[in-house]
Design a protein around this ligand. Structure first.
Ligand SMILES: *Cc1c(COP(=O)(O)O)cnc(C)c1O
Length: 366
């Protein structure tokens, strides 16, 4: 048995023992048919998580979520295209940094990290900029725990034929998304957040017609061009370059466990953990950064209290000794620290973690 740590950081998340065990498999060459079948199954399952049906495909990449963001952004804009980026957190900002590295035309709708994007303002920006062809938005902004308005933004972009690139890295498999009802063109995720696998695989769920149309765009890079990766699968059923074989076996297991639990079941479990967290925060008079209605319930940004003797690092170390990991804040409009409730944890784990949180704060009061 491997020691069980409770990760309350925003991913990599706690994994089940069975997912850990799935790493240990006989050695296999990833160009064998047997491995191709495994990957074909994973691609199918990753589309099914968000009900992509037959009009979506999945491209898997060896790398973390940011690599999937960079792959998508660097591959789907043509030479004369322009992208509107909504920046209300570190990941919106990261998308901007990526397009800047590639020198791609863009406009940023910049908000304070912790402010909710206005759909009317997005519409206004699209009207003022008729040359806009794409839009990037983070679904769950992990910086603040904010759930951005996915449905209305997708609807708005559909009306105007704007291609949507959605970073759903920290919401995918956590919060229900149905691509038949919310037809994002590109939805990005990774293997180590709410899908409860290990880090190492980026996932891009792409509308097939949109993806096929990118064939004409000259690649801006070699390893991570989206169309090339997709094309290679279509023709060979293989990863173009050596993938992290064992991580994929574990991801396949994690996907199976997702479908056993069901999306509704997983969301319910996460919400139960969130409720335990929130009632403890209330009890301790700790304040959340953003209003309840805007919260993802997967991660909470907590305003750093002005209690004499409080220090985030000491709180972190106190919990870490007890095998519980929490996370610092990152550039939000107020100083915060963050507690996520994703991964293979339940209400009982959260209650145990909250007992330790209470215990830390009681040491300050004495
Ligand atoms: C975790 C995360 C990423 C990717 O981060 P990596 O460190 O590359 O895994 C991107 N966007 C969001 C919203 C995230 O939560």
């Amino acid at each position: 048995m491997v020691k069980r740590n409770i990760l309350l950081n925003p991913g990599p998340a706690t994994t089940t023992d069975s997912v850990k065990q799935a790493l240990v498999v006989p050695d296999i060459c990833p160009r064998e048919q047997e491995f191709g079948d495994l990957v074909a199954g994973i691609r199918r399952k990753t589309v099914d998580v968000v009900n992509g049906g037959d009009n979506y495909t999945s491209v898997l990449l060896s790398g973390s979520g940011t690599l999937a963001m960079e792959t998508c952004l660097s591959s789907v804009l043509g030479q004369s295209d322009k992208i509107l980026i909504i920046d209300n957190g570190a990941y919106g900002k990261r998308a901007e940094q990526i397009v800047q590295v590639y020198g791609m035309p863009h406009l940023t709708y910049r908000l304070q990290w912790g402010d909710f994007p206005s759909v009317d303002h997005v519409e206004e920006l699209l009207k003022q900029n008729p040359d806009m062809t794409h839009l990037f938005m983070v679904h769950h902004e992990t910086t603040t725990g904010m759930l951005n308005p996915l449905e209305p933004i997708i609807a708005l972009c559909r009306e105007r034929n704007i291609i949507t690139v959605i970073d759903a890295i920290s919401s995918y498999a956590g919060i229900p998304v149905d691509l038949q009802q919310t037809p994002a063109d590109y939805l990005i995720s990774s293997s180590n957040k709410c899908i409860q696998g290990f880090a190492g695989i980026g996932i891009i769920i792409a509308a097939i017609d949109r993806l096929e149309a990118t064939e004409r765009i000259p690649p801006r890079n070699f390893y991570m061009n989206l169309y090339q990766n997709y094309h290679f699968w279509k023709t060979t059923q293989q990863f173009q370059f050596t993938p992290p074989v064992q991580i994929l076996y574990a991801l396949d297991k994690a996907l199976d466990e997702f479908f056993l639990e069901t999306q509704e079941g997983r969301y319910r479990r996460y919400c139960e953990c969130y409720q335990v967290l929130i009632s403890t925060l209330d009890e301790l008079n700790l304040t959340c950064l953003i209003p309840e209605a805007q919260r993802s319930k997967l991660l909470t940004a907590i305003v750093e209290p002005e209690i004499p003797g409080y220090s985030f690092n000491e709180l972190h170390d106190y919990l870490y000794q007890k095998d519980i990991t929490i996370y610092p804040g990152k550039g939000a409009k107020e100083n915060t620290f963050r507690i996520a409730n994703i991964g293979s944890i339940d209400k009982t784990d959260m209650q145990a973690a909250m007992t330790e949180l209470r215990s830390y704060f009681s040491t300050l009061q004495s």
